[in-house]
Ligand binder design. Structure first.
Ligand code: ADP
Ligand code: MG
Length: 758
């Protein structure tokens, strides 16, 4: 029945669809599960599911990642002169046979292909079935690299397809055109996808209904949807592919905007508790601080306190570089809300951080008689009357529900089902910028009043993202550092200077300072290797080189195959036995229990550890003012924003601090990136640089945000973001429920499911 409805929405001509069904009696529609397509079946359907492809429609909207340009077909004679180039030729097979190579694992298929006045040898590796599917006298179109071997030139592992005669170039799929290349998974190759998708396009493309409103298609001169889908898979030219891409980039961003704006309108109709600003109290608070607030801190605090006075829910993002002092600003908001008689939830991404915040906030609010609770996976604690108690979770929950706790600080534990606040008026999220809006939803639980939301982050989030992915948040920015800070000196350390760096570290430690050493995670490399081995067999000999992905250096592969902790332990042994035998060194890594990590961090803070050797787990929020050196191994493995975050762990006092970058890959691109870090101390500039050098995927939090590729590409374009925003506004103003745009409504619903899915 659902199918029928969908067909009606799509305006499909049911009679025609039924008539064209391959398995008599079943109706094939865009919504038909892929396993019902004879060429696909259950086994392939399972594999496709890994890409999120369940229906014919999903498959048609599975777009290629890139294209191979095989569009120029040349004569074999000409091809023989193009050594080292990728060419496309047509000809007739005069010989074809398989042979086993002297290496056990591989078969060679050798053929000779001839056209009017020349011939060329062709070699395929490991495709023994080829000699069965291609036979002598067949006409073929081939696209591959012209390579040299002892007896002459040959075509190396070309893409191929059978044709009826030389000169045929209509309807080629794998050669002789711009050929789509898709992201592949084991058993689903681009060739197979082309083979499946093309006939489906012929059959179903007409069922795809335009989802963008007609006036938008017209205004921006977009390709109509059916044409755009075709051109993305099998473009006539690269211009056509780009035009199709532009359309879908727009559409994806437009959907994000519609989603965000609709949510915003919904939220604006709700009410929040209004908490008038108590200026005297705020002054009392700042008088207790051992420092003066920076102007930026004051401005942000004021903006937040003003928002809290309103009945409309606040949705604000407080951005400020690491160490810029966001916590104090958050504390002012908390204090004001508590003194208005309401509760606050303060959420941190990790237990360590939650505990640190618990201590900091208890300390900051000590003079003000506030009851503060902390809840993590295992612990529950309460701070009141200047003392901290361990309590059971049950009594913690009880206190929260009775309003005996004013501020609850914790991890995700705070949004469990059984946690009930008496009167929650403010939610603060630290360093977890994604979907703050959804987390707020969890905390509301059907209550009439909606808490205000403040999200704090050191991650520079460009305006485009703040407006889109993060749900149309208001921004405020702490753009200056506390006055007492010295700029962290950042140095790229050449291998020859390693000794000097170690000497320098010794000297600093003798003066009582702390040192971080960050060792890169290598797990993912090792698992990539494992995958490659499973796919291609063990890697020996030169024959294998032809199918090992190009970016793998065979010699270094073995060294990567050790796991993260083991590598860290080896480095620990080296540092503690050879380099710094007299110093106190401790390891910290992600596989440790939170309690252990916390104890280590505390010892480091107190000065009982000199050098903390760690994987990237110290990244966010940890505050150890006595640490003055951040030494990063394999710095090229990290993004600029991440390196900047590491660097922000030092320079948190009035002492001069240093950041040493070690790199094992001195390529120009890496140099350029690391140099940017030496030159800039500004997280925003660095994020922009990362965006420029590594693309939007480098932006923190966007990778796993479920944001589609096309939209991601569009996100680096503020004009496109603003255009789609304006378009979404215009539509919603005229048609807030999208009643007059059923296709758009449908697409939006699908889109929402997609991003809520993870
Ligand atoms: P972040 O913005 O990274 O969360 P924190 O709030 O942890 O930074 O603050 C870093 C350190 O700077 C803390 O020790 C805090 O007490 C201190 N601090 C905050 N504001 C100021 C200021 N205006 N002047 C001097 N030190 C400050
Ligand atoms: Mg912080």
């Amino acid at each position: 029945m659902a199918e029928l409805e969908y067909a009606l929405v799509l305006g499909t001509n049911l009679a025609r669809v039924v008539g064209s069904s391959p398995t008599a009696g079943t109706m094939i529609l865009l919504s038909t599960p892929v396993e019902e397509i004879p060429k696909i079946g259950v086994a392939y359907a399972k594999k496709l599911k890994k890409f999120g492809i369940k229906t014919v429609q999903d498959l048609l909207f599975y777009f290629p990642a890139r294209y191979d340009d095989f569009s120029e077909i040349i004569s074999i004679k000409e091809a023989r002169h193009r050594l080292g180039q990728t060419v496309c030729v047509q000809g007739q097979i005069t010989e074809i046979e398989n042979s086993n190579t002297f290496k056990k694992f591989s078969t060679l298929t050798e053929a000779v292909v001839q056209d009017d006045n020349s011939e060329i040898k062709v070699i395929w590796f490991n495709q023994p079935y080829l000699a069965k599917s291609l036979r002598q006298d067949d006409f073929v179109c081939l696209a591959g690299k012209v390579s040299l071997y002892k007896e002459g030139v040959y075509l190396n592992n070309p893409s191929y397809e059978r044709i009826n005669e030389i000169g045929e170039n209509e309807e080629l799929t794998h050669t002789g055109r711009i050929v789509p290349v898709y992201s592949e998974t084991r058993g689903v190759t681009s060739r197979w996808l082309r083979y499946v998708i093309k006939p489906l396009l012929y059959r179903f493309v007409e069922q795809i209904q335009e989802s963008l409103p007609g006036e938008i298609v017209k205004k921006y001169e977009f390709l109509p949807i059916q044409e755009a889908v075709w051109q993305l898979h099998f473009p006539n030219s690269f211009e056509h592919a780009d035009a199709a891409k532009a359309r879908f980039s727009f559409e994806e961003l437009f959907l994000i905007q519609l989603n965000v704006l609709k949510e915003k309108v919904k939220l604006m109709l709700k009410k929040s508790p209004a908490c008038p600003m108590d200026a005297d109290l705020m002054k009392k608070f700042t008088d207790t601080l051992p420092f003066l607030l920076t102007d930026s801190q004051k401005k942000c605090a004021f903006a937040i306190l003003k928002d809290l006075e309103k009945l409309v829910p606040m949705s604000r993002l407080l951005e400020g570089d690491v160490g810029s002092g966001k916590t104090v600003v958050g504390a002012m908001a908390m204090l004001n809300v508590v003194k208005c008689g309401h509760q606050v939830a303060f959420m941190a991404p990790t237990e360590i951080l939650a505990k640190q915040h618990f201590k900091t906030v208890s300390e900051l609010l000590k003079p003000f008689d506030v009851k503060i609770g902390m809840l993590t996976g295992k612990d529950a604690r309460i701070y009141k009357d200047s003392e901290t108690f361990e309590v059971s979770k049950k009594s913690f929950n009880g206190d929260l529900e009775n309003g005996q706790i004013d501020i609850a600080i914790g991890t995700h534990s705070l949004i469990q089902k059984n946690i009930i606040f008496k009167d929650l008026a403010l939610v603060i999220l630290d360093e977890q910028h994604r979907f703050g809006v959804e987390q707020r939803d969890h905390l509301i639980k059907g209550k009439k009043l909606v808490p205000h939301l403040l999200s704090m982050t050191a991650t520079p989030i460009p305006r485009t993202l703040a407006l889109t992915v993060y749900g149309d948040l208001d921004l405020c920015l702490i753009d200056e550092m506390p006055k007492n800070r010295k700029k962290v000196k950042t140095v790229i350390v050449e291998p020859s200077q390693r000794k000097d760096a170690y000497e320098f570290i010794k000297k600093e430690v003798l003066e009582g300072k702390g040192v971080f050493v960050i060792y890169p995670k290598i797990e993912s490399q090792a698992s990539k290797l494992k995958e490659a081995i499973e796919k291609h067999g063990p890697m020996t000999g030169s024959a294998t080189e032809s199918f090992v992905p190009q970016n793998y250096n065979l010699n270094s592969l073995a060294s990567l195959a050790i796991n993260e902790v083991k590598a860290l332990k080896e480095e620990y042994e080296r540092l503690s036995k050879e380099i710094f035998p007299d110093l106190r060194i401790t390891m910290l890594h992600g596989k440790m229990k939170p309690a252990e990590k916390e104890r280590i961090m505390l010892d480091f803070k107190k000065g009982e550890i000199d050098i903390l050797l760690s994987t990237s787990v110290v990244e966010v929020g940890v505050d150890v003012p006595r640490a003055t050196i951040m030494m990063i191994e394999g710095a090229e493995r990290f993004g600029l924003s991440q390196l900047h975050q590491f660097r922000g762990r030092v320079g948190r006092s009035d002492m001069q601090s240093y950041c040493f970058l070690f790199t094992t890959d001195p390529s120009m691109l890496n140099r350029k990136r690391l140099k940017a870090l030496v030159e800039s101390n500004n997280g925003f500039e660095l994020a922009e640089k990362d965006l420029e050098i590594r693309g939007p995927g480098s932006l923190y939090g966007t990778v796993q945000s479920g944001i589609p590729d096309m939209a991601m590409q569009g996100l680096s374009n503020i004009f496109l973001v603003e255009k789609t925003r304006a378009a979404a506004k215009e539509i919603l103003e005229k048609d807030p429920e999208l009643k007059n745009h059923p296709m758009l409504h449908e697409r939006l619903k699908q889109f929402q499911q997609r991003i809520h899915f993870e």
